[in-house]
Design a binder for this molecule. Structure first.
Ligand code: SAH
Ligand code: SF4
Length: 355
């Protein structure tokens, strides 16, 4: 007589609400509706999570034991585990994180004299598929939750210690932020909240490959700096390296930038990856000047950062400087982002969540 094998119970799906993914407004509403607690309890929990960086309920000592026990049944605290920190020769640090499900992602800390900039990831993988980007070569796993985005910054602050603070945040790590719109906007609201980490909107930049309809929405929903990866000077060239250009071409992208609501004295950042022999000529630079006319912007040139098997090369410095000179002659502010942290695979376009 055959005996049935015991059936392994499936792990129960996580139904508890993730407190760390909620904006303060959402958290106070949830506390009132689900727990029947007053508004200030929501503020208290928010402060524990985002200003004091509490990672469990047990540490929230000004909440009664009974309330903590109730919370434990219906809520959880999402986020990441920090697995490793690599330090490059130039001081750049790469933080390797693991999610609860065991997926890996990276964030980069770039200390400079007067500030520390952190580059955060918004997705594990990316489905945009830019030809020059290593993240595009890994399978698209999933969107990060707001807690997982915010936690990169909270962990970075732990790594830096009391002496230094993360001063600027750029959404330029793994993923296309505007393809994970709701969680990215929630993470921005959380990071800018005065009861949390309290970042000023001037110190946060969201970078997009050009998801045109979401650019307009972002401008309405939250005030942060916008960076756009233009990377080409005409449509056929852009389509060959950034497939999203088929959905929204350069003309549509430029129209979205012209319509973007910019606070006084702020400018859009135009990012332009320079690929040798592809988009790096003086003619390209001249076309770029014409494209940008009427857009209040500055230009960030990024000489290509190579990765094994990449189909592109970095142009030599003379080519980069000649390209920059055309833009400067046209009175644009140009910065050239010579790579940081290349020896540990932490430069732009070198993040793959593995090494
Ligand atoms: N998905 C968003 C943000 C992440 S990519 C975006 O594309 O804007 C951040 C920047 O790195 C983009 O400007 C992108 O064009 C650039 N980049 C990607 N791969 C690169 C590489 N190998 N070398 C240099 N820059 C790269
Ligand atoms: Fe995605 Fe940005 Fe890489 Fe393009 S450059 S594949 S949009 S992360």
């Amino acid at each position: 007589m055959s005996q049935a094998l015991p059936v392994q119970p499936e792990p129960a799906p996580e139904t508890r609400v993730d407190l760390k993914s909620l904006t303060r407004e959402q958290l106070t509403a949830w506390v009132r509706e689900v727990l029947g607690e007053p508004r200030f309890r929501g503020d208290q929990i928010f402060r524990w999570l985002h200003a004091k960086r509490a990672r469990d309920l047990a540490g929230m000592t000004d909440l009664s034991k009974a309330l903590r026990a109730r919370l434990d049944g219906v809520a959880r605290i999402g986020g990441l585990a920090l697995e490793d920190v690599k330090v490059a020769q130039d001081g750049t640090q790469k933080l390797l994180f693991v999610t609860a499900a065991g997926d890996r992602l990276e964030s980069v800390l770039i200390p400079m004299e007067d500030r520390v900039t952190q580059c955060v990831s918004s997705q594990i993988g990316c489905k945009i598929g830019c030809q020059f980007c290593l993240t595009a070569r890994m399978p698209m796993r999933r969107n990060l939750s707001a807690a997982e985005i915010v936690d990169q910054v909270l962990w970075a602050q732990e790594v830096l210690g009391e002496e230094r603070r993360v001063s600027n945040i750029v959404y330029m790590g793994m993923g296309e932020p505007l393809d994970n719109y709701d969680n990215v906007v929630a993470s921005l609201r959380i990071l800018m909240d005065e009861l949390g980490a309290g970042f000023s909107s001037r110190r946060i930049t969201v970078s997009t490959s050009g998801v045109v309809p979401k650019i307009a929405r972002l401008g309405q929903d939250v005030q942060v700096n916008l960076a756009v990866s233009l990377n080409a000077s005409y449509d056929a060239q852009r389509t060959s390296i950034i497939p999203i250009n088929k959905a929204w071409d350069i003309g549509q992208l430029m129209a979205a930038l012209r319509a973007f609501p910019l606070p006084p004295r702020r400018r859009i950042t135009i990012e332009y990856v320079l690929l040798a022999g592809v988009n790096d000529t003086v003619d390209d630079a001249r076309r770029l000047v014409r494209l940008l006319s009427g857009i209040y912007c500055k230009v960030n040139l990024i000489p290509f950062n190579p990765w094994p098997g990449a189909p592109y090369a970095r142009p030599d410095n003379d080519t980069v400087e000649a390209f920059g000179a055309v833009l400067r002659d046209a009175e644009y502010t140009v910065t050239i982002r010579y790579s940081k942290g290349e020896d540990i695979g932490a430069a732009c376009g070198q993040l793959d969540g593995v090494s």
